[in-house]
Design a protein around this ligand. Sequence first.
Ligand code: FAD
Ligand code: SF4
Ligand code: SF4
Length: 463
Amino acid sequence: MPNMSLVKNKIPEQDPMVRNKNFKEVALGYTVEQAMDEAKRCLSCKNHPCVAGCPVNIKIPQFIAKVAEGYFEEAYQIIAQDSSLPAVCGRVCPQETQCEHLCVRGIKGEPVGIGRLERFVADYHNAHAKDEVKRPTPNGHKVAVVGAGPAGLTCAGDLAKMGYDVTIYEALHMAGGVLVYGIPEFRLPKAIVNKEVEGLKALGVKVETNVVIGRSISIDELMQDEGFEAVFIGSGAGLPSFMKIPGENLKGVFSANEFLTRTNLMKAYKDTADTPIFHGKRVAVVGGGNVAMDGARCALRLGADKVYIVYRRSEAELPARAEEVHHAKEEGVIFKLLNNPIEILGDENGFVKGMRCIKMQLGEPDASGRRRPVPIEGSEFELDVDTVIIAIGTSPNPLIRNTTKGLETNRHGCIVTNGEDGLTSREGVYAGGDAVTGAATVILAMGAGKSAAAAMDKYIQSK
Ligand code: FAD
Ligand code: SF4
Ligand code: SF4
């Protein structure tokens, strides 16, 4: 008998006023009973619309049916056919606009908690399965991967399983990309990412950290001098954009990237960490995406008394995941919607002492289809803040473009591919993830890494 409850099983969470002072994971995950009960809400629809909503087409009804029967490892094996990072995606995918958006149970009531079930299954597997990694038989071919984010890790994993000798080159001192330097511990414990990286190493993948491709060595040199037959570029979109308003150089102004990297990767929130970070008491985070929410929630946890999200459109246009906005509000983040900064004000020592903003209203839709924010004349006001975190977007770093012969990029600096399997304008060079799409999602980056790996194999085998 299906469970016809109109609402999802709630996922246990830390109390908002407790968790806003610690970096432990917010959501605690389903118990076995809760997972099985939630799985019974799935109707195993014949035409399974949910699957079309998943960018990698995970066989959702099939894995959920196994959860309902209590066969959790079998459920994991079904997910693993299409996804390499279920413990990650179950936590951070924007399910509400993807798989769950198309779930028929969502027509009248809440959709099936597909993401929560995916997370449960992956966590169950990680806790119970014995890791018996069989090293694949080497096929004698050598490939390189630039960047150890979800795109690069997935591509490397798939190629290693086919027998390739794979080396990942990563600019930072740790593998994981945004999963380790951007997304905070309280949303995605780093132990999960580290386990994935260790799994790749066990398959034979070499991970060379602190190597900046384009500075330490170029892609051309990797191919001409080091014997790599193909290269995958998964270098992400880590170059922050700024507002170009007066005061952005003041002390106490951070790009979200810097603020989150210091906090998450360099563990500035721990008393034992060497990394200094400015502990602002009144913090404005400019932007409305996941990055802005993460910045705001980290600032609270670092001890700020007041944290504002300053966003120029309204709540309906906030690009962040609904769950992140909900969690931020619960934790005490104050939303200043339809407000736009026009100047950051400094004191005589060059520190931030406030931010001048102007109120906005929504006009006609712009090229993105969203209603254009228009300033309301004479509505300027001052926000009393000592720290400003700018989270208005990122683009790919031009280093690789500038140091690789014949690599075509578009006007946003994104690498141009054939749009199918990641082949770039340069023979043997493939690309995927944020480096191609601009800032997007983990699951899209992972999917791009997968299809590029298949294409690289085809290319090398046909040479
Ligand atoms: P990245 O994860 O950016 O990895 C690229 C890697 O390449 C990095 O490790 C970088 O150091 C390395 N690199 C760059 N240049 C070089 C070079 N020249 N040489 C060697 N290495 C190099 N997505 C979601 O789906 N859900 C979320 O909740 C979510 N929250 C986010 C929160 C934050 C704060 C941020 C910043 C992003 C978030 N995203 C989220 C987006 C998601 O993380 C990205 O879309 C995804 O990580 C892109 O993967 P990638 O592998 O293409 O790039
Ligand atoms: Fe849904 Fe993401 Fe899982 Fe696909 S990977 S089923 S979109 S949670
Ligand atoms: Fe189950 Fe919803 Fe998918 Fe139907 S649409 S198979 S109810 S998850």
